[in-house]
Design a protein around this ligand. Structure first.
Ligand code: S0N
Length: 273
């Protein structure tokens, strides 16, 4: 697909997790079912996103699907039971929601590399990524009301924030499929390129991002989320403010004064208008 050489970060059953020059790539590797996910897949994705968050060498995360037909076709219907998707432990789960939350809260850009069908829960997955770059053969759509499921969370509300209420209601109420150009026109994706150029394009975007200030990117992502995410959004943005405060001499003075059993002298630090 491209000449980019990826190095394995960790071995999993259902996903590939690889690294190239500051970029982590998470690939759902179940092409026989158009990269549908099971509880095992989603637990592995959660682990890879957790590592991507913690590892300072990783600056941008790319999410994609294996092969040239699908990004992700949503929940694996073969393991859908009552109450959710059933894993090897017999417990029904809806834990793709945990992955959605991780994608939004990781303080690094996540780019969906949409290399084919992005359908159902797979469509929501690309939607919640910060950026989506699609190949010309990509097809987008929701199927829930046809196949006995729905995502009325981010899959509805965040979609409406991205492309508007009317188009979101059309997508969910009619369950049609849309081609890559239609997705671009309605603002569902950022760019469309030929399939054989997709990975090079995504890596070029990631490298352009990595020329910029990671803290600035982190705070812009937190601010964009905060506007939509209520108290949890404010918590994340406030956490970043605390991080920045801890970097100041003023904050150090408070801690040092406590440890040295003296009154803190905050007068020595500038007051900004
Ligand atoms: C993707 C489609 C359009 C591709 O069509 P195409 O190219 O004609 O291929 P097919 O012949 O249809 O498929 C090839 C093989 O792949 C299997 N397959 C495809 N998708 C799935 C799937 N999702 N699950 C299991 N198997 C799948 C086919 O069966 C076929 O196998 P063989 O070769 O053995 O016949 C087309 O395949 C399609 O429409 N797929 C189904 C898409 C779908 O309905 N997905 C489920 C939608 N629902 C969800 O995702 C649940 C939402 C959700 O996850 C969620 C939301 C909120 C809160 C929680 C949850 C949660 O459930 O966790």
């Amino acid at each position: 697909m491209s000449n980019i050489v990826w190095k394995e970060i960790k071995k999993y059953e259902d996903i590939l997790f690889e690294f190239h020059e500051g970029i982590a790539k998470i690939t759902i590797n179940r092409p026989h079912v158009r990269n549908a996910f099971t509880p095992t897949t989603t637990m592995e994705m959660s682990d890879a996103f957790r590592i991507s968050r913690e590892d300072p060498k990783i600056r941008v995360v790319v999410l994609t699907g294996a092969g040239d037909k699908a990004f992700c076709s949503g929940g694996d219907q073969n393991v859908k039971g009552k109450g959710g998707y059933v894993g090897p432990d017999g417990v029904p789960r809806l834990n793709i929601l945990d992955v959605q939350k991780q994608i939004r809260s990781i303080p690094k850009p996540v780019i969906a590399m949409v290399n084919g069908f992005a359908i159902g829960g797979g469509h929501v997955l690309h939607l919640v990524c910060d950026l989506s770059i699609a190949s010309e053969n990509a097809i987008f759509g929701q199927t829930g009301p046809r196949v006995g499921s729905f995502d009325a969370g981010l899959g509805a509300s965040y979609m409406a924030r991205c492309i508007g209420q009317k188009k979101t209601r059309e997508i969910w109420f009619l369950c049609r499929k849309y081609n890559a150009q239609e997705a671009l026109d309605m603002g569902l994706v950022n760019k469309v390129v030929p399939l054989d150029q997709l990975e090079e394009e995504v890596v070029a975007w990631a490298k352009e991002i990595m020329l910029l200030s990671p803290l600035a990117i982190r705070l812009i992502k937190a601010g964009l989320n905060a506007e939509l995410d209520g108290q949890i959004g404010i918590q994340e943005l406030a956490g970043d403010a605390t991080l920045l405060y801890y970097l100041t001499d003023e904050a150090q003075e408070g801690k040092n004064a406590f440890l040295e059993k003296r009154k803190p002298d905050f007068d020595q630090y500038p007051m900004f208008p």
